[in-house]
Design a protein around this ligand. Sequence first.
Ligand code: EPU
Length: 443
Amino acid sequence: MDAFRITGGTRLSGRIRVDGSKNAALPEMAAALMAQTPVQLRGLPQLSDIDNMVTLMTELGCEIERDGEDVRIVNSGNGSWHARYEIVKTMRASICVLGPLLARYGKARVAMPGGCAIGDRPVDLHLRGMEALGATVELDGGDIVVEAKRLKGATVFLGGPFGSTVLGTANVMCAATHAEGVTVIESAACEPEIMDLADMLNRMGASITGAGTPRITIRGKGSLQGCDHRVMPDRIVAGTIAIASAITNGDVIIDDFPYDHLLAVIDRLNATGVRVHREDEAQPASRCTVKVTSDRRLEPVLFTTQPYPGFPTDLQAQMMTLLCFADGNSIVTEKIFPDRFLHVSELVRMGAKVYRQGGTVVVQGVQRLVGAPVMASDLRGSASLVLAGLAAEGETTVSRIYHLDRGYCHLETQLNSLGAQIERFDPDATVAASEDKIKSTSY
Ligand code: EPU
């Protein structure tokens, strides 16, 4: 299991481009299951989650050709409709094949995703959506089994105790493209990844309006064709790089930055004193060039994670790390995954003063963090520890980097191109080498 050795204290500067979005790419790859002709997806990030999805889609009978950041997916329609636990357990997002398989084959069997480090992640809303479209839903041997002779358009309410559901909205939207009549999703997720998926589905011949708002209307079409679609830039990667620049008092130019998808984050960064400046107003706000600079101590701020367009839960940990360097007390409230705080105790090991009570954390700014060995336990929490290491005095090792590799494409290479000093290494190999040395020098 790889780890990072980070030598902190370097001010980041230079230019970098944001990769395609993992959370848009995964449901879009799944949507390709419904196409009668080839789907070409462009600008996919090179991540282990994408590799897992390729494995799953191949097992479902798709032919997949990869060429760098592009992938061509063909589903001849003779494949399987069973997503096995062995694959689903490696990636919860596998649940996004449920709607597309039901649409294409009239049935789907998908292993129920299990526990998750960031908290409970039920799928009741996904299932409610499938039932509303006329499917039967059963649990059999740990698998969700959905079946429908004919899907029928309906009004589907997808609001839950923590807001809507992103992948649940993706699943219902996909299934509804094959339903007879009109489906209206009320309390739909408004996340940009849903807009990007709707855009792709419309290119495949679907008729979807309202994506990006809480009411999405889908007119069922029966069958869909292939398309050529470029995946949107990853707003969470973009936000993480912006915070990396800010936390090192850096000066970084970021290309393909989805500015209008990050307004809540930019608002909070500005409130701390970080500047995010659009370099060319003529570029589209969803893919533009910005410069992120910060050259003084930061102001403390309050922020609460919320469904889009609120502050994204996927940037909570990274922003919390930045606020460790503010002059005063900040308050962070997590409203999507109230237990998503695995990074807190690791930050404390580096000298942070962060106090958690339930879903709220008080961050008391400190003059400095000090490098320490810390352990990653989830994807975004890992990113926050890397950011802490960049700004800390001395050396930080972040172990279990495989969590990070699920959502960031060679983050160390990207940050090193801006001047960071991060080395990837295999701690087990290092231990083995030193044991060998001890053996060879013992009598
Ligand atoms: N929820 C329910 N019932 C459901 C589904 C969700 O109560 O049937 C609850 C969840 O427990 C949570 C809230 O609703 O409290 C939102 O969950 P959602 O379903 O929206 O999450 P998701 O679709 O499974 C996606 C992203 C996550 C991101 C969340 C929230 C992908 C592949 N994953 O998950 O991304 O945190 O939306 O924005 O799109 C990440 O990239 O690190 C990540 C975890």
